[in-house]
Design a protein around this ligand. Structure first.
Ligand code: SF4
Length: 63
């Protein structure tokens, strides 16, 4: 699976970082960074939680 982010929508509130810190991180200048673009299947649960918690609908998963 692949993680997609629309940075134009992201408001840097870190909710996805809390839900899935293995995949998401905030940079020093408050921009969201994807640490693993193609995460292992074992991260799917946390990743889906991150997608669902994003109030801006900025995240998606491609299978
Ligand atoms: S939860 Fe959404 S708006 Fe918040 S940092 Fe993550 S992608 Fe950006």
């Amino acid at each position: 699976m692949k993680v997609k982010i629309d940075l134009d929508l992201c408001e840097s509130n870190q909710l996805c970082v809390s839900a899935c810190p293995d995949v998401f991180k905030m940079s020093d200048d408050d921009e969201l960074i994807i640490l693993i673009e193609e995460p292992e299947e074992s991260l799917r649960y946390d990743l889906e939680a991150a997608v669902n918690v994003c109030p801006r609908l900025a995240l998606s998963i491609e299978d």
